[in-house]
Design a protein around this ligand. Sequence first.
Ligand code: NAD
Length: 275
Amino acid sequence: MQEFSGKVAVVTGGASGIGFGIAARAAREGMRVVLADIEADALERAAAELRATGADVLTVPTDVARAESVAALAERAVAAYGGVHLLVNNAGVVSGGPLWERTLADWEWVMGVNLWGVVHGIRSFVPLMLAQENGGYIVNTASAAGLVTAPSLGIYTVTKHAVVAISETLSAQLAQQRGTVKVSVLCPMWVNTRLVDSERNRPVTFQNPAIEADPTPAEVEAIRPMIESGKSPDEIADAVFAAIRDERFYILPHPEVAPLVRRRMEGILSAFEPS
Ligand code: NAD
């Protein structure tokens, strides 16, 4: 995709962090922006910040884990702007700890946002992009944890590997269509955002019983220093837009990820011992 001006971008998890960085960059490119997020106050604050720069912004409170909520997002975007040219499936939450100790609520919450959120985005937006004359572009936010395993962030790692697999599959399937809808997958390492405080958006349905309440589990708290010294969301947004322009599938803004991927792949091809 070479031209952005006047086109429409939908960004889930757009109220904060990487999503907000991408939305702000889309607005600077002259795109009309649909911000979707579960955190209503932050959503309105984010929209006000973008509108102050002259951007045309629509806010749609959305829970990406719910199919009907994402379908409604697509309908609102089309009703307001007539189409969607860029979808960024970016909303995400983090949870860590031994897989057997986490509750079903933990599994369902993180899988719901990180994995089902992407599935719902694909099912609601790909058909309308395929039907549009000028096609569209999808960016799925995975993580470096989708390319290598990060044992301390167990459930998170599971979901991000799934997002990479979904993105590769989707890209190959869309290439067999008219080739008008393209996909990239974003795999950053540390980025300075509010990810560590994901629990702020855990719906009541997925709260753990009081005895297990654990606002920021130790494994998640442990990554706070890395997150705080990570790249800025604006740097990630630059990498995303460069990749969209070049229609590059993998977006790896952190060069230090490459040797980790190589080591894992070489491990798979020799005697594989997960490390
Ligand atoms: P963030 O917490 O700053 O932003 C995430 C946004 O998602 C928030 O605005 C939050 O309200 C929203 N959200 C949470 N649950 C939602 C739901 N059910 N429906 C809709 N929106 C919801 O964190 P971030 O780091 O900007 O996270 C964005 C994406 O980047 C995530 O997918 C995350 O896994 C990924 N990522 C982050 C890093 C990092 O170091 N920060 C690294 C790799 C990948």
